[in-house]
Design a protein around this ligand. Structure first.
Ligand SMILES: Nc1ncnc2c1ncn2[C@@H]1O[C@H](COP(=O)(O)OP(=O)(O)O)[C@@H](O)[C@H]1O
Ligand SMILES: [Mg+2]
Length: 517
């Protein structure tokens, strides 16, 4: 009889557990703080205002310059008007003198205002060099009149005064034109400065306002996103993490929330593995109790059958009412099979008996033998040759028996699973033990389908499986690795596709049980 029912109990502990993708490692964020962003914005504003103030100051300078020029023009005009008025007055007076009887009165009596002209001329000569020849002529004519009072000198002086006067008038007109030009420039400059002021203020307000509103809109969106993600995580969300596009405190907060989610998921998976492990142990304990009870119940009738068979063998052919010699062979057959049943019951009882959860000195070979014997009744091992090659020089190992049994069973079940669909060769699993430096080596080799490099790289990952959900949960090798490594051992898989796979476990002789972290 094959123990098909037990196959269920020895299947991988978490068959059907849901696979969850691992979270990506969070990138380190270079810190750009909100405070720094605020200072940057303030700095930009100060620079903008400073540039604007510089521009306004420059406009003011231009206006100042225009006003100064206008003041200078007014000064010159004033001087010109003063001299010109005196010259015009002199011309009128000279004409008047010319129109009177000759000979009277003398020069000193006529009202010529030469003093006012002489007083203003040096300043005018300096400011308007072009009047120098006319001034020289006028001064010369004045001297000539002083020297000889005559109609000729009077006429000459009148003419030179007239010419000087008209030149001064022309200059006055020129200054007037220039004054009007400056007044227009002043007006234009004021208008230009005003327009620039209005436009830059509007652009500044618009730019700054847009930036500030964009900043706060994004900030509030991100904070809302964080809030809803935190609520979702509490509600069980374990999907893709938040995308972090910020490098400030809010970005840091997002990273922390992502980290919290990843940590929570890792913790939950750990809990799930521990739960499955406990469940597996409880199943094993239940099987153990059942097996012990069945063994006890079966042993009594078996003992009776063995006794009867032995009696039949002993008495066969000894009396007419005893069995014939031929029936002795049949009795021996009954005895053989009854003893076989008794041996199976012993194996079931010994393998499923409760073991200490603490490390104890164990004989690795007997553990391997018992496990192989027992598992060969599993229907998955139908048609598979299960061979053992056990080293005779193995020292005792200080280990938790359940751990090593669980590791070996997982490796054997994986080996048997890999045979499914293999045709054209004898299906074979070789289990061997050997002494190695500092410990011993346990190997399980199959000639199954083998594993390609891409799958081989992931076989020890938690929840990684290539089997249908009812056959594998992808936790068998993960558990083997954590059980072996918890105790400073090592496990590795070598495989060639279509040729087979070898799993090797190194168990140190100083194997000591450490509780999982
Ligand atoms: N001996 C083997 N031969 C072929 N493939 C194997 C073998 N052992 C493990 N694997 C591969 O490794 C995967 C993970 O194994 P395991 O962790 O025991 O999970 P499960 O058996 O539940 O799939 C298997 O799905 C299978 O693809
Ligand atoms: Mg497995």
């Amino acid at each position: 009889m094959k123990l098909g029912l037990l196959a269920h109990f020895f299947s991988d502990p978490v068959a059907g557990a849901e696979g969850v993708p691992a979270a990506g490692a969070a990138p380190a964020l270079p810190q750009r703080t909100l405070r720094a962003k605020g200072i940057l914005a303030l700095l930009a504003m100060v620079i903008y205002v400073a540039v604007f103030a510089l521009y306004v100051a420059h406009g003011r300078q231009v206006l100042d310059h225009i006003v100064t020029q206008q003041e200078q023009i007014l000064d010159r005009q004033r001087a010109l008007i003063k001299v010109n008025a005196a010259v015009a007055h002199s011309v009128v007076e000279l004409q008047f003198q010319l129109n009177r009887r000759p000979g009277v009165p003398a020069y000193g009596d006529i009202g010529l205002d030469f003093a006012a002209i002489e007083e203003g001329l040096p300043d005018l000569r300096q400011r308007f060099p072009e009047i120098v020849p006319n001034v020289a002529r006028f001064v010369g004519d004045v001297s000539a009149l002083n020297a000889a009072w005559s109609a000729g000198t009077l006429t000459a002086l009148r003419n030179s005064a007239q010419e000087l006067g008209s030149q001064l008038e022309q200059l006055e007109d020129g200054l007037g034109d220039r004054y009007h030009l400056l007044a227009r420039q002043y007006h234009d400059a004021i208008q230009h400065t005003f327009i620039v002021w209005v436009v830059s203020s509007l652009v500044g307000i618009l730019l700054f306002g847009t930036l500030v509103s964009m900043f706060f809109t994004r900030l509030s969106t991100d904070i809302k996103l964080l809030e809803s993600r935190a609520v979702a995580i509490v509600g069980g969300y374990r999907g893709p993490p938040l995308e972090i596009a910020r490098r400030d405190e809010v970005g840091g907060l997002m990273q922390a929330v992502n980290g919290m989610q990843a940590e929570l998921r890792r913790w939950e998976r750990q809990q799930e593995v521990s739960r499955q492990q406990r469940f597996h142990q409880e199943k094993m304990a239940a099987v153990g109790s059942l097996a012990a009870a069945v063994a006890h119940e079966v042993n009594n009738p078996i003992a009776a059958i063995v006794g009867i068979a032995q009696h039949l063998i002993l008495t066969a052919g000894t009396s007419p009412w005893a069995g014939s010699a031929a029936s002795r062979d049949e009795a021996e057959l009954i005895l053989t099979h009854a003893e076989r049943i008794a041996s199976i019951m012993r194996q079931v009882a010994s393998l499923t008996a409760r073991h200490s959860p603490q490390p104890e000195l164990l004989d690795l070979n007997s553990l391997v033998e018992a496990t192989c014997n027992f598992i060969s009744y599993d229907k998955r091992f139908d048609g598979i040759e299960l061979a053992t090659e056990l080293a005779t020089d193995l020292p005792a190992v200080n280990a938790v028996a359940d751990h090593l049994t669980q590791v070996l069973m997982n490796l054997l079940i994986n080996a048997a699973d890999s045979m499914e669909g293999v045709k054209g060769r004898t299906r074979r699993i070789d289990v061997s033990t050997a002494a190695a430096e500092g410990g011993m080596l346990l190997s399980v080799t199959d000639n199954g389908c083998g594993i390609g490099p891409a799958v081989l790289a992931r076989v020890f990952d938690e929840f990684f499986t290539t089997k249908p959900v009812e056959r594998g949960g992808g936790i068998g090798l993960y558990l083997c690795k954590s059980l072996i490594e918890q105790n400073d051992g090592r496990i590795a898989l070598e495989s060639t596709p279509d040729i087979g796979t070898t799993a090797r476990c190194f168990v140190p002789s100083s194997y000591r049980h450490r509780a999982a972290a």
